[in-house]
Design a protein around this ligand. Structure first.
Ligand code: 2IT
Length: 445
């Protein structure tokens, strides 16, 4: 198959969806040798089948705000592939969310979920709802209206939504409440639930902890330690919080966080009560980081800039897709950064990745590094199935084992002739092989 020509077809077929095309391109490029060599895969049109979601739902979500005015949002659920298990993936509430972004996230989820080795297919959904400045009542009414459309599309053995940007345990609570009322069923149909009603310990921390466990495995393999390393982080949400908590516990120093308004530089490192303050800032729903600099003297707010201008050993972008561009990557290289780990989904642009490769930075793609979030969602479902709650240590140990496993899978499938590891290729190939075996076993469906 001619991949460049195929990509042109995909562009024609998916107009206005540059992010989805970006993730398809990366995947096709890093698995091309498997695809072109294997007649079996070519004949089964595996590529074409993987470039098309199983189905896409798009629906109207009308709700009434506190002033009594009706507001209309758009909801999405993309059920991408269920070869490995029931559809599984987050819900995102973000004002800029569109179909192309949801398809990209669902496609990335396929690889991520495959790497966890747990029985989870891939999906993603959400709405262009902006939680910023909304009251508790407005958020509840929005979630309830959203669920009126979604309830009969999901189910514990069908499709299991989880948390993502703008959707946490509170939103899952309102969604689950409405689901339960409409179906009269109490089941593990969501993850990210509250601890009292089926949630798992470590779920909120999971993506962040997992990223650091992956990084630890990488450094250990190089006879290096996290201890004493300086890390820059972007974002200040769930993933950033988990990353900072675990990195600090293991002796690293994290000197930045960021928001849409700019970034915070904390030369002493973000520790202790400052880490807890991140949760407080997030709970205000103003989506700005500036208050951190008022709260903690000796720290600096840099308006309208990104943290990548600060010197660091390791950079971990934890905010949003395509937040780190070639110019940012150039700054990281100039300031001595050696490793970039994607905490968010696809935060580095293809040009940034290319630049890092040219300068021999180690680049870890999000689908490998941040798989810990959905992995603990898988563990949450396992606990729901056996109707038991595992201890913190038990969940944490399993998470660590899964992340170390993903690291080794990437090494195995990403080893280059020169001995270097291409983690993008490793993650894509390892994940792909598992999905493909399942698809081949299950026939043309
Ligand atoms: O990006 C992700 O892996 C998630 N938002 C987690 C999805 C989930 O179902 O836990």
């Amino acid at each position: 198959m001619n991949i460049e020509k195929y990509l042109l077809d995909l562009e024609y077929k998916n107009p206005g969806e540059p992010e989805f095309l970006q993730s398809l391109r990366e995947f096709l490029m890093s698995t091309r040798e498997y695809l072109s060599d294997d007649f079996r895969l070519e004949n089964a049109a595996i590529l074409e089948r993987l470039s098309e979601p199983d189905r896409v739902f798009m629906f109207k979500v009308p709700w009434t705000n506190d002033q009594g005015k009706v507001v209309v949002n758009r909801g999405y659920r993309v059920q991408y592939n269920n070869a490995l298990g029931p559809y599984k993936g987050g819900l995102r509430f973000h004002p800029m969310l569109n179909l192309g972004t949801v398809k990209m996230l669902a496609f990335e989820q396929l690889f991520k979920n495959s790497l966890t080795s747990l029985p989870m297919g891939a999906a993603m959904g959400g709405a262009d709802f902006d939680p910023k400045g909304k009251t508790e009542g407005e958020i509840m009414r929005f979630c309830q209206s959203f669920m009126l459309e979604l309830w009969d599309l999901i189910g514990a053995d069908v499709d299991v939504p989880g948390i993502d940007l703008g959707v946490g345990t509170r939103e899952i609570g309102y969604l689950f409440g409405m689901y339960k009322k409409l179906t009269r069923r109490y089941s593990g149909v969501f993850t990210g639930k509250g601890l009292e009603w089926g949630g798992s310990l470590i779920r909120p921390e999971a993506a962040g902890y997992g990223i650091i466990y992956f990084l630890e495995a990488l450094l250990n393999n190089r006879q290096e330690a996290l201890q004493g390393k300086t890390i820059t982080v972007s974002g200040f949400g769930n993933v950033a919080w988990g990353v900072i908590s675990k990195a600090v516990e293991l002796g690293a120093k994290v000197i930045t966080i960021s928001g849409p308004d700019g970034y915070i530089y904390d030369p002493d490192g973000i520790t202790g009560e400052k880490i807890n303050y991140l949760l407080e800032m997030r709970a205000t729903h103003n989506d700005i980081v500036r208050p951190y600099s008022f709260e903690f003297p000796g720290t600096q707010f840099v308006e309208g800039k990104k943290p990548w201008e600060r010197a660091c050993d390791i950079a971990i972008p934890c905010a949003i897709q395509n937040e780190l561009n070639a110019g940012d990557a150039r700054q990281l290289v100039a300031n001595g950064c050696r490793i970039v780990v994607e905490g968010a989904n696809m935060p580095c642009t293809p040009e940034a990745q290319e630049l890092m490769e040219t300068h021999a930075l180690t680049f870890i793609p999000g689908k490998a590094a941040n798989a810990g979030g959905v992995a603990v969602s898988g563990l949450e479902l396992a606990q729901n199935t056996v109707k038991l709650n595992w201890t913190r240590d038990e969940v944490d140990a399993r998470l660590k084992e899964i992340m170390t496993g993903i690291y080794h899978l990437c090494v195995k499938h990403g080893k280059q002739p020169n001995g270097q590891i291409d983690f993008v290729k490793g993650a894509n190939v390892a994940a792909f092989l598992r999905v493909v075996e399942a698809m081949m076993d299950q026939g043309v469906v």
